[in-house]
Ligand binder design. Structure first.
Ligand code: DQA
Length: 145
């Protein structure tokens, strides 16, 4: 059975109350529940992690090697700043899908730059919480049988 790590970065623990005009009213535990339901349908295993700390996200990426088959990563603002996370993705050699709730390209110019996109297999942005379900489908298709 394939296993996928869903990794969430800084401030995503506040979903539901954080700028609901941008990120919506759905909480991270609700998103996790949606992912668990989708994983059941897709017949895969998932792990769901959130951290506000860059080093902890890097540790989680390292820890995925040999454990998970792919990673869905919403790195939050670290997307736009973290060469260290980019290097960690390159180092673990697992397929990563970059994910954002909001359409980062329709927002401030500093959000248009992603250090993750060049080392990701693809990017999903702008579909709100449904993006997580889309990313699971995309990863399963990418991994094949
Ligand atoms: C985000 C977009 C980032 O620019 C922002 O810093 C976040 C959330 C998103 O899911 O839309 O924290 O990754």
């Amino acid at each position: 059975m394939k296993s996928i790590l869903i990794l969430n970065g800084p401030n995503l623990n506040l979903l539901g109350s954080r700028q609901p005009n941008v990120y919506g009213a759905t909480t991270l535990p609700q998103i996790q529940e949606n992912c668990v339901e989708k994983a059941d349908i897709l017949n895969i295993k998932i792990d769901f992690i959130q951290s506000n700390h860059e080093g902890a996200l890097i540790d989680a990426l390292h820890g995925a090697k040999g454990v998970h088959d792919g990673i869905i990563l919403n790195a939050g603002a670290y997307t736009h700043t973290s060469i260290a996370i980019m290097d960690a993705i390159s180092s673990v050699e697992l397929p990563v899908i970059e994910l954002h709730l909001s359409n980062i390209h329709a927002r401030e110019p500093f959000r248009h730059k992603s250090f993750i996109a060049p080392v990701a297999v693809g990017v999903i942005a702008g579909f709100g919480p449904h993006g997580y379900v889309l990313a699971l489908e995309a990863m399963v298709a990418h991994l094949g049988q």
